[in-house]
Design a protein around this ligand. Structure first.
Ligand code: AMP
Length: 426
């Protein structure tokens, strides 16, 4: 029997990898421009990190973690998200002793044992960024601006930023009692999980995927109804700063996010047309998290976005991705001597940084042209016995469909003149 990949995982194959590279390049570029540095944390961590960091009453910790005992009987978990690990690294590497804030980003696979469906996988990839050590509402706006600008640059349209404030521990006490008061009489109609949440963490009921629970919470008091004065002021400043950088947002007072660590600002970005799993990004402020996992009291804010879902929106919106085909050259050499000379030209072009290929299967000209088409080549350099004798080469422009003969020594100059971004050749 053929062995198949595990449910909820995907092979990212050469046909699609260009789109990943495109996103990865854009991610690194924008993060560097906004002053974020990359961090790479382990893919597995002590289970306790997520129990404490993500929260015992969340679906992620309760139902979705890939947890196992290693051979030393330690409980290990494949990371279901990136924030807890970044905060652990911040503490463990004593980043709190450096000038603040510390601005970090990450990119890599996450693992959740979820019910798989379109847009919901068991291994998926997130790009996330975190700012640690700064409480200013401008930081919240900067983080949302990074997301907004990133989507603008990659060409996504029709997105909606949902914004909320879930308050601080002071507001939570009030929130908790108002929620419990409201739901008291309907408690027995809640799902079993929510009946449990009712005592432990009633705010999580707002996040329940069960339709019955959702119906029961249509008119519940929202987190915005119970904000303390400081949280209200913070929220107002975040909104002002978002307006100042031209970001459109919608207040969604029911959005509480599925992780326990959020305080104050919480946000999600939704995209149309990719089905039920329309959230392409989520994040918020988590001022208590670093302390929760054993570090000094440190404010923090961040987000994570799912790469697979961004790719789905790019596909849906038919966004063209510039993958530099303008700069590809194929050398079509015919005959043993031409192949030898062709290989020399190939290596010269490569030394000049030109993306160049040569047929290695000894195919005829027609098949080589097909190969060039398949590879998205812009220029084919044709070299046969006749051209060899004249010390010349035929250059065929695949996009314009015309060709001309130039001397062997003029190849570099020709490409330099005609190629897009010909600085690569200098
Ligand atoms: P979260 O860490 O749950 O806030 O998720 C942040 C983002 O990661 C979401 O908005 C999605 O774009 C993406 N995401 C979360 N879970 C999955 C999953 N199981 N499969 C694919 N993408 C996911």
């Amino acid at each position: 029997m053929v062995i198949q990949r595990p449910k909820g995982t995907q092979d990212i194959i050469p046909g699609t990898i260009k789109r990943w590279h495109f996103l990865e390049t854009q991610i690194r570029k924008i993060c560097s421009e906004f002053g974020y540095q990359e961090i790479r944390t382990p893919i597995f961590e002590a289970t306790e990190l997520f129990q404490r960091g993500v929260g015992e009453t969340t679906d992620i910790v309760n139902k979705e973690m890939y947890t196992f005992l290693d051979k030393g009987q330690r409980s290990i978990t494949l990371r279901p998200e990136g924030t807890a690990s970044v905060c652990r690294a911040y503490v463990e590497n004593k980043f709190y002793a450096q000038p603040q804030p510390v601005k970090l980003y990450y990119l890599g696979p996450m693992f959740r044992y979820e019910n798989t469906q379109a847009g919901r996988y068991r291994q998926f990839h997130q790009f996330g960024a975190e700012v640690l050590g700064a409480q200013d509402p401008l930081v919240d706006a900067e983080v949302i601006h990074l997301i907004w600008e990133f989507y603008r640059r990659i060409g996504l349209k029709g997105l909606e930023v949902h914004l909320n404030s879930v308050g601080c521990p002071v507001c939570r006490t009030e929130q908790r009692s108002q929620l419990q008061y409201y739901l008291q009489e309907r408690k027995s109609d809640l799902c079993l999980d929510c009946q449990d949440r009712f005592e432990k963490n009633p705010m999580r009921i707002l996040d329940c995927k069960n339709k019955g629970c959702q119906a029961l919470t249509v008119d519940v008091p929202t987190t915005l109804d119970t904000l303390c004065e400081e949280c209200k002021e913070h929220f107002a400043k975040v909104q002002q700063a978002l307006r100042d950088c031209g970001i459109e947002y919608r207040i969604n007072p029911k959005m509480v996010r599925g992780l326990d660590y959020y305080q104050r600002t919480a946000f999600e970005v939704m995209a149309e047309g990719i089905g039920a799993q329309s959230a392409i990004c989520g994040g918020g402020r988590y001022d208590g998290l670093v302390e929760e996992i054993g570090g000094p009291s440190t404010p923090g804010i961040g987000f994570a976005m799912g790469i697979e879902r961004i790719l789905a929106v790019l596909d849906k919106q038919k966004v063209a991705i510039d993958n530099d085909q303008e700069n590809k050259v194929l050398i079509a050499a015919l005959g043993a001597q031409a192949r030898q000379e062709g290989f020399k030209i190939l290596s010269e072009l490569r030394q000049d940084g030109v993306s160049a290929l040569m047929d290695l299967m000894g195919r005829g000209l027609k098949s080589q042209m097909k190969y060039a088409d398949r590879e998205g080549v812009r220029y084919v350099l044709i070299l046969g016995d006749e051209e060899l004798a004249k010390d010349a080469i035929i250059v065929r422009d695949m996009r314009l469909g015309d060709q001309s003969e130039i001397s062997r020594g003029a190849i570099k100059k020709y490409l330099l003149k005609n190629m897009k971004n010909s600085k690569y050749l200098l």
